[in-house]
Design a protein around this ligand. Structure first.
Ligand code: G
Ligand code: G
Ligand code: MN
Ligand code: NA
Length: 254
């Protein structure tokens, strides 16, 4: 079957769904928000992982439309949680390179925030270094506009790109997200630990927040807390969850 055709149908027929992976504030030990992660309820196949279709969304340019839906859906969910009294949960949304380059992410974010009456401070965008660097001047303008209205910006997969560090002071960003590659063996590989610690230190020197992704075990969490990482995300605390399960976690006051 033609996967591209199936993806176009998926968009039209509302087969995409967002899951939410909790983030934990290491200081308070409390839930600090969630990353929205795309899933596809493909008829006859069950729940399909984005690893299997996001690359094709990118290659075909469908990610621009899908990305617009993702931004709107995340804001709809934030509003739904607020209306249900679940509490203020900030949600981070992944924005792909092509989506950022070819789509109108700023316009879509403004529209979604207004339509769902969501405070901008509850929305965070995760962009990779390559997405930021493709057109630096435009990036500075767009992120500047978003930051002015209160949207937060994080650099995803930090440490795996090839760009110079000088952009950290030029781009209006709020947070660095340490790539899982440096977190996986953080308690056993001194080189990975050195890089993670350098990222934490650099983030704080630049007055940026820092989060570690892919935390799967207690010793990693303890190591990151001891070394003043602000937040963690990973299977140790929780896998990505359907919205209802995420809401239950928030209400449990974890
Ligand atoms: O959730 P999972 O770990 O299976 O995601 C696999 C890949 O798909 C990751 O690289 C992740 O960043 C990407 N991905 C998941 N959700 C989204 C999304 O909403 N938008 C984009 N652009 N990529 C996503
Ligand atoms: O590209 P991005 O960093 O947005 O992708 C996040 C991906 O990392 C998601 O697909 C998510 O399922 C995955 N992920 C989240 N927590 C863990 C973890 O603890 N271990 C591993 N191996 N993957 C994780
Ligand atoms: Mn991400
Ligand atoms: Na990442």
């Amino acid at each position: 079957l033609d996967l591209e055709l199936a993806l176009r149908r998926a968009l039209e027929h509302g087969e995409f769904v967002l899951y939410y992976q909790p983030k934990v504030d290491l200081r308070s030990g409390r839930l600090s928000g969630a990353e929205a992660l795309l899933r596809w309820r493909r008829p006859g196949y069950g729940l399909v992982s984005p690893a299997e279709f996001v690359p094709l969304l990118e290659d075909t340019g469908l990610i621009v439309r899908a990305g617009g839906w993702i931004i709107d859906e995340a804001c709809r969910q934030i509003a739904a949680w607020r209306a249900a009294g679940v509490g203020a949960v900030h949600v981070a949304v992944n924005v792909s390179s092509r989506q950022f380059a070819e789509g109108d992410v700023e316009g879509e974010v403004r529209l979604a925030l207004a339509r769902h009456e969501v405070p901008a401070g509850l929305l965070e965008l995760e962009l990779t270094e390559s997405a930021l660097m493709a057109n630096a001047e435009r990036t500075i303008a767009v992120l500047g506009n978003l930051k002015r209205i209160g949207v937060k910006i994080a650099i995803d997969d930090f440490g795996t790109g090839y760009s110079s560090l000088s952009y950290l002071q030029r781009f209006p960003i709020d947070k660095l997200k340490i790539d899982i590659a440096f977190v996986r063996n953080i308690t056993t590989n001194p080189n990975d630990a050195a890089i993670a610690l350098a990222i934490i230190s650099m983030a704080h020197s630049l007055k940026l927040g820092v989060i570690a992704e892919g935390v799967e075990a207690r010793p990693q969490l303890e190591y990151l807390r001891r070394n003043r990482c602000d937040e963690i995300q990973g299977y140790y605390f929780s896998r990505p969850l359907p919205a209802e399960a995420m809401a239950e976690l928030v209400e449990a006051g974890t």
